[in-house]
Design a protein around this ligand. Sequence first.
Ligand code: OGA
Ligand code: ZN
Ligand code: ZN
Length: 406
Amino acid sequence: MFATKRLVNLILGGNKIKTSQTLVQRYKHEHLQVEISGENLKFPYVWLRDNCQCEQCFHKTAKSRILDWTKFDLNVKPKDVFKDENSVKICWTDGHTSQYKLNWLKFRSFTPKSQQKYNETIYKPPKITWNSENFAEIFSKHDYHEILNSDKALYDWLHKLSVYGVALIQNTPDSETAGDAIVEKVGFTKRTHYGVKFIVQNVPNTSNVAYLSSNLQMHTDLPYYEYCPGVNSLHCLVQTEGQGGDNLLSDAHYVAHYMKEHHPDQFKVLTETEVEWCDIGTEHGNDFFKLYRAPVICLDSKGEVIRVNFSIPQRGSHFPGPIESVVPWHEAHSLFFKLNQRFAANFKTKAGEILIFDNIRLLHGRNAYEDNGNNVRRLIGAYVDWDEVYSRLRCLTVKLKNEDGI
Ligand code: OGA
Ligand code: ZN
Ligand code: ZN
């Protein structure tokens, strides 16, 4: 039984709209106000109708909207609104009836506080930047077997990875395929022209400068991919016993923020000047010719850094912009590189460790090393997209945290 209480007063604002009013005023009143747990929450009529959860409008198992938008009335209004302890029922001017659970509505509240909570708990955990000085505090270590056997351990590892852009897995079995089980816990790998997985080892006449034993300057992998792999995984099977082979890692978001504050002109140049990223060659018998144009620092519509591209070897020699921008861009690039070196952390992974990091946020590099006859440095690399990582994190959040109203 729907214990009804008519909410006449709540819908009058919307019905009083006059056409002479400005758009802003018009929209201001086109919402329903509902009291949920002591808060007066507002929901636009058009949004409520668009998000009707009945079986005609929303497919239960596909969890998808099936409402026919060819017939959608943008000016739809409630004719009657009823509320009981757990839900709100609306009879619309288009003849349809909708019912919404109060906790479902509350979870979708438009208040900035509620939207922020959703952003942080479900959408994406907020990133926290770091530099060489506090790297030791943020560099988390996770156990291979715990990740495979516990959702909580899997969640903690992925959460740290998303917040700090780096997390280390230890106690990995000494096998080329050991990393596969970890990837499968998340989702699946991103295949590139270097393979589903790739071996980082000193190879003469290589297809990639990473497959040499010389110094590998800090970079992001595959900036020449429009759909650039988001997360890089490097499983250390054999580390050199000699000098070198150390990892360098820098949080390029920290550097970008630093540049924005201290060198705003160079920051602007790096966010606006397109660069041609490039990789040409043959791998596993397949030839490739990859080009992608994008700035070093890519910003989203809110001005936040969304992707960093940086690779000295994989920056092409065609400069897509006007000739006047070449010198300023090289100056800004040089400063960015120097700052990344200044703020970089330095460590050396051991056999059995998998270094996992955000490939579109951090720069990574490696010192030169020497192999000898029976000690040949060998890493197994693989990529996973952020879409898969965030998806797994959200599934685990729902499973572990029991959020109400999802
Ligand atoms: C790479 C890479 C790091 C290393 O293969 O792209 O960055 O430690 N390797 O060898
Ligand atoms: Zn419906
Ligand atoms: Zn690399």
